[in-house]
Design a protein around this ligand. Structure first.
Ligand code: FAD
Length: 541
């Protein structure tokens, strides 16, 4: 970003309390992927600045704090955000708006901006209409978002509006951790993780202190009379549905039930997961449970909340440490493993910032651009809708269709199947996931796909190819997960039949069950084809 006045998280903002030259003094908080009021640095700093401004000049008109969300269907489309996530964003926005308004009278304005260029124009117009002196937002690291912010920063009149970008997505912001040997961005997770633990342990206050919450500030923040002077009498209504992102009624109802929105729910779920009240689930048994997709609560299922920013990684780690007697990388092995999973979020954001080509449709390992991928639409569609004849793959894809979420173990299996067994470019899978997932997150999705496809940061050679049959036997031994999502196979009794029905049942029997008569590819043949295609480009690995 171009150099401009920025308030860093640790810097005191007292110095920044300067009234802008045109007499404006209101604070605008632009919510993006941070739909919460707790541990939200942008909101906390805006509130702090408004309060300090008032304290340093008690006679003056109190600065107002206004919240904003920009709804841009074209941006959703260009980032492959699908209806399931848009629905979740809208539902989280509604609860955010209510929380902001209820006790603190902070109105959430919803602006519809057709494109990124309109966003900049609209921001200028809003800053002027609401007499804004300070615009606050938490930083987004993807390339389009970074460019948008840079353009906005450059275009705002320097003496009228200050744009403050804060950091909230990572515990250790991207770019801070560099490989010791080459002083460059880490390309492999394990050394990154070791360095992450070292640095965070040494500076817990710096990295693990949560930002002030709304309730730390006196309520109400705004005076209703002052709001009226800006022609604001209430928050903008949040649409229930966005045109072009409609869901079937039944699916919407199911999503609302499965993934209720809001930071209160997110924090309750975090609390339940970390408090260890459940016997066969929860963070302390995470090591034993996390690889079994049949266990509903074997993992935290917090990813949707993290993806829309109803929750932060930092809140998760602080809570996990509380459950671990304050320890970060020792103590309960389940807790340490869970923290390590959260570190993947930091790692993939670090990769995104260090290697922006991954945001531009390029693989992390550039040499893999030469892989001769195949593409057959009917094959791809069979994968998308769980009709491959590989029960574990079909179960995963159907879970995704139905719930907008898929278990991590199964994400790895289906991604490996698409990229290795079917030799389809990981980008097709990445796009389909982004469109279908409620927890769609560019860095984690791109990182996950590339890791599995051997085009990314996986340190293992490309000939690691998940065997869907053995994965299925190992991680869904009783076939409970498969039977839940592939009801055609629910009546099968033997383990062999559940994991590999074609090895036991005749084509006639399978047709009768309504399942695929033959698997879409033969496992052995497909594996050899993949190894040959990768070997051509990557040599012996
Ligand atoms: P838990 O096991 O409880 O882990 C806690 C949190 O740690 C997760 O919520 C998540 O935020 C983070 N985390 C865990 N594993 C990973 C990982 N491998 N990479 C990055 N973060 C991780 N995760 C997303 O949040 N959004 C995505 O779009 C996404 N796409 C993926 C695509 C593929 C092909 C693969 C293999 C993985 C993908 N993941 C993605 C990572 C992982 O599958 C999910 O984060 C996890 O399944 C979410 O379930 P949970 O909240 O119960 O996780």
């Amino acid at each position: 970003l171009p150099k401009r006045r920025k308030i860093s998280q640790k810097e005191s903002i007292v110095d920044a309390v300067t009234k802008s030259s045109n007499g404006n003094n209101n604070m605008l908080v632009w919510f993006r992927s941070d739909l919460r009021t707790k541990d939200n640095p942008a909101l906390a700093y805006a509130l702090q600045k408004a309060q300090q401004q008032h304290e340093s000049n008690p006679g003056s008109r109190k600065a107002l704090v206004i919240a904003l969300f920009v709804l841009s269907p074209s941006e959703f489309r260009s980032h492959d955000v699908g209806a399931v996530k848009v629905d979740f964003i809208l539902r989280n926005l509604a609860t955010l708006s209510e929380t902001l308004w209820k006790s603190h009278r902070i109105p959430l304005i919803v602006k519809n901006s057709p494109s990124a260029a309109d966003v900049i124009k609209d921001m200028h117009q809003l800053c002027s209409a609401y007499s804004v002196s300070d615009l606050f937002a938490n930083q987004e690291y993807e390339i389009d978002e970074s460019r948008r912010d840079a353009k906005l920063l450059k275009s705002l009149p320097n003496d009228h509006v200050e744009f403050h970008l804060l950091q909230d997505q990572c515990v250790v912001p991207p770019g801070v951790l560099k490989s010791k040997s080459s002083n460059s961005t880490y390309t492999v997770y394990s050394p990154f993780k070791r360095m992450w633990f070292d640095v965070v342990k040494k500076s817990k206050d710096k990295y693990l202190t949560l930002a002030d919450s709304l309730s730390d500030f006196p309520a109400p923040v705004n005076s209703v009379a002052d709001l009226e002077s800006l022609s604001i009498t209430h928050p903008d209504p949040i649409p229930d549905v966005l045109k072009g992102f409609e869901l079937e009624v039944e699916k919407k109802r199911h999503l609302e039930e499965t993934w209720p929105a809001g930071e209160v729910i997110a924090l309750q779920n975090l609390d339940k997961f970390c408090s260890g009240k459940r016997e066969s689930s929860g963070v302390t048994v995470y090591n034993d449970a996390r690889n079994y997709p049949r266990l509903e609560n074997g993992t935290s299922r917090l990813s949707p909340y993290l993806a829309v920013g109803a929750l932060t990684t930092k809140q998760c780690i602080v809570k996990a440490m509380e459950a671990n007697g304050g320890k970060l990388d020792t103590g309960s092995s389940g807790i340490v493993t869970w923290i390590q999973e959260l570190i993947w979020r930091d790692f993939y954001r670090n990769v995104l910032v260090g290697f922006p080509r991954v945001c531009m449709g390029k693989p992390f390992k550039l040499e893999t651009m030469n892989i001769q991928w195949l593409f057959e639409d009917d094959v791809f569609q069979s994968w998308c809708y769980g009709k491959t004849g590989y029960p574990i793959v079909d179960a995963g894809m159907r879970q995704l269709q139905k719930t907008g979420w898929m278990h991590n173990r199964v994400r790895m299996i289906v991604a490996s199947f698409l990229t290795k067994h079917l030799l389809h470019n990981w980008q097709h899978g990445e796009k389909f996931f982004a469109n279908s997932l409620i927890d769609g997150d560019f860095a984690s999705n791109n990182g996950g796909w590339q890791w599995v496809a051997s085009t990314g940061t996986d340190a293992q050679p490309y000939f690691r190819i998940f065997n869907p049959y053995t994965q299925s036997e190992k991680f869904d031994p009783d076939g409970i997960y498969i039977k839940r999502w592939v009801p055609e196979l629910a009546g099968l009794k033997t383990s062999a039949a559940i994991h590999n029905p074609h090895s036991v049942l005749s084509a006639k029997e399978l047709i009768k069950l309504g399942y695929r008569e033959k698997p879409i590819v033969d496992h052995k043949v497909a594996r050899e084809r993949a190894i040959a295609a990768f070997k051509l480009v990557l040599g012996k690995g």
